[in-house]
Structures are given as C-alpha cells and as structure tokens.
Design a protein around this ligand. Structure first.
Ligand SMILES: NC(=O)C1=CN([C@@H]2O[C@H](COP(=O)(O)OP(=O)(O)OC[C@H]3O[C@@H](n4cnc5c(N)ncnc54)[C@H](OP(=O)(O)O)[C@@H]3O)[C@@H](O)[C@H]2O)C=CC1
Ligand SMILES: CC(=O)N[C@@H](CCC(=O)OP(=O)(O)O)C(=O)O
Length: 351
C-alpha cells in the first residue's frame, strides 16, 4: 500500500518565500498542501494572489488562527521576523508533534541578548529557542533530521557561510579580517509595498544599505565562530541590485600564515564533494547568479587576490530557493525521512 503523503501548511503563503514553498511543495511527490495562511490576503484564493499557480488546486488562504494544526505534519513559516515566535508557540501548543521549518530570523540567534540587541525586543518564545537547530543543511544535517524546530538561515548567511565555514573550520584564514560584500535581488525585501523597491527607485541603480548594522552580521558571526572555535567579528555590507531573485556574496579573506589559495580550494572541495547542491566552480570559472536562478544549487568560487596573502571567495544562490524555501524543503525531507534532494533537483532557469 502506498505510504500516505505528509500534510503540510504554509504560514505566510501570500508572501514570496511562502509562495516559493508552495511552488516546490506542489510538485513534491510525498507531500500534500493542506493549509495556507495569509494576513491581509486571508479569504482569497492563492491564484488571485499569485496567478502563476493557475494550474493548481490549492486550499484557500486563511488566517493562522483558523487552521486546524492537529491535522498537519509540518509547517513552513514565511512570516516577518518578530511575528513568528508567538505564532509558532501557539501552533506547537495545538500540535506538539508538528515539524517546523521557520524561514524567518526568529529562532536563528542562539544568544538571547544578541537577539534582543539586533531585533529590538526580547525573544517571545525563549522556551522554543533552546531546541531550535540552525538549518544550514550541509553542516547540521544530523541534528536537523532529529529536530522539531529548524531555523533556516537567512539568504545572505546561507551564501556567505557556505563560502566561509569550511575554510574557517580548517584554520586557513585569519578570522579577524573578513569582509563580506553581498548583493541581493529585490525579492529579498519581501512582497509588501516599500518605496525603495519600486521599479522606478531600484530598477536602475545599485544601493548599499544597513551599512555596518545589518542584522545578518551577528548571524554570520555566530556560525563562523562556531566553525573556527574563536569569537569572530566581520564586516558585512549588503546591496540591493535590480534583478528579481538571486544573490551573490564576495568574501575577502586574509590567509593564515603559511596557507595558500590552493589550501582554500582543497578545503571547499573536500567539504562539498558529496553535497548534492553545493558545487565548487573549477579554477578560473566565476560563479554568477544566472547559474542558480530558480534552483536549489549553490556555486562557490575561490580566487587568489593580487595582494599576496589574500583570497576572494565568491558564492551565489537563489534567495527564494536555497536562500529560503528550497533549503526549508531540503530540511523537511531530512526531518520526515525522505531522500534529501526530493523535489529540489530543478536546474537553473537560464537565461
Ligand atoms: N525574501 C527573501 O528572499 C527571504 C526572506 N526571508 C525571511 O522570510 C520571511 C518571509 O519573507 P517574505 O516571504 O519575503 O515576506 P513577504 O513580505 O513577501 O510575506 C510576508 C507574509 O507574512 C504575512 N504576514 C505579515 N504580517 C503578518 C502577521 N502579523 N500575522 C500573520 N501573517 C503575517 C503576509 O500576509 P499578507 O501578504 O496576506 O499580508 C505574507 O504572507 C521574513 O522573515 C524574511 O525576512 C528569509 C530568506 C530569504
Ligand atoms: C534585499 C533585502 O532587503 N533583504 C533582506 C534580507 C532577507 C532575509 O533573508 O532576511 P531574514 O533574516 O529575515 O530571513 C534584508 O536585508 O533585510
């Protein structure tokens, strides 16, 4: 007899990450989409909000309060940071067995004081924070498989950490001298109306933002520090770039004494040789967002700087796939015991 499909819900299905979770889930062979929630769009059909789902028969958008959480096996959470903690706490109260794939930042920082400092309020579900597993699949796979609550990393942290963790872990770089220059497509800012994401204001320019104060800096530092085994402070500057999806991070690093760029390449290749989604570009090949657009793949390239003793690592992903919904599906596969790549092997939409 065929195994029953797992029933999933998506919180924030009327947003960009929620919608990409629906796009991927709709063609996943082992899951059934059983509930979709929205805030202002509650009561509407998904196709009214996202016409590209015209061929699907999907549940109507409803508020999270009206969902029967006891019927679901897993929930994807694409809510604005700050709102997730309380909603997830209620969902878990209703169904303690439900698996949670949070795509927001609400459970990523392990230190509550750091959370309060960067997010401007005390954590609203500290009892759940303790059990949250950081959802960077390539480095937390075993813990993710056993977890109830997975805090999927942000899109910038995913791209940056896939470049930095293996080389920091191997002691190949000076962790006091890391500069991350990051660029994101406009969907990274969500679907809500904002002046700076209007085509007329973002379509023909490149804008740095949150200089020296972006909330992904402490998240990246937390994970590079865990890899390196020492506290890390780094420079992180994001930019908004006129394309719909995609992200590219360029990390400038100083080599540890006696280490070479070939050592960096060897560490990255060793880390990812058996990984289904992360690929190290061959020598001289430059990663570009076009190679990963719409896919769960990540491309990492490593280059010697012309300044002796320095190197440049370039990493790229799709912010809505490996940067959020795709990685969440990858983690769900582990948590529900499906092959990790199920539903995720689409190649980039190129051009
Ligand atoms: N966009 C990206 O590339 C990435 C985003 N993230 C994170 O994922 C989360 C979602 O991002 P994204 O999809 O871009 O955001 P959107 O702004 O596109 O969507 C937000 C969703 O949350 C719903 N919502 C808003 N406020 C509330 C509330 N008070 N109660 C219940 N539902 C609410 C919205 O409903 P409605 O539209 O009906 O009002 C909508 O469905 C954020 O935390 C974001 O930072 C993480 C990685 C990448
Ligand atoms: C372009 C843009 O605005 N990007 C968002 C990052 C999106 C994201 O990954 O944020 P979370 O940590 O909430 O998941 C930002 O800079 O805030």
């Amino acid at each position: 007899m065929a195994k029953q499909k797992a029933k999933i819900g998506v919180l924030g299905a009327s947003g960009y990450t929620g919608a990409d979770a629906v796009r991927l889930a709709a063609r996943h062979p082992h899951i059934e989409i059983a509930a979709l929630t929205a805030n202002t769009y509650a009561g509407k059909h998904m196709q009214e909000v996202f016409p590209h789902f015209f061929m699907l028969d999907l549940p109507k958008l409803e508020t999270w309060e009206s969902v029967d959480w006891t019927k679901l096996d897993a929930v994807f959470c694409g809510l604005p940071h700050g709102t997730t903690q309380e909603i997830i706490a209620k969902v878990v109260e209703a169904n303690p067995k439900i698996k949670i794939l949070d795509m927001s930042a609400d459970f990523r920082l392990r230190d509550m004081a750091t959370y309060a400092e960067w997010y401007g309020h005390e954590h609203r579900a500290p009892h759940l924070q303790g059990e949250a597993v950081y959802g960077l699949t390539e480095f937390y796979r075993d813990d993710i498989a056993k977890a109830r609550l997975v805090a999927c990393p942000g899109c910038y942290p995913t791209a940056t950490l896939l470049a930095l963790v293996p080389i920091a872990k191997a002691g190949l770089i000076d962790t006091d001298d890391i500069i991350v220059d990051a660029k994101s497509g406009i969907t990274g800012a969500g679907r809500g109306l904002k002046q700076n994401t209007l085509f007329s204001e973002s379509g023909e320019g490149l804008s740095p933002y949150s200089i020296a104060k972006h909330r992904h800096a402490p998240e990246i530092e937390q994970e590079v520090a865990a890899a390196a085994g020492v506290p890390v402070t780094l420079n992180f500057t994001p930019h908004l770039i006129p394309m719909s999806r995609g992200e590219l991070c360029t990390s400038y690093v100083k080599l540890a004494k006696g280490k070479t760029v070939d050592d960096l390449r060897a560490a990255l290749e060793a880390a990812y040789k058996d990984e289904p989604f992360v690929f190290v570009a061959p020598k001289g090949v430059v990663p570009q967002t076009q190679n990963v657009r719409g896919s769960n793949y990540v491309q990492v390239g490593v280059f010697a700087d012309r300044i002796p003793g320095r190197a440049i690592v370039v990493s790229t992903l799709d912010n809505l796939v490996k940067g959020s919904a795709g990685q969440a599906i990858q983690n769900m596969n582990l948590m529900l015991g499906y092959p990790e790549t199920t539903g995720l092997e689409q190649i980039a939409l190129f051009p």
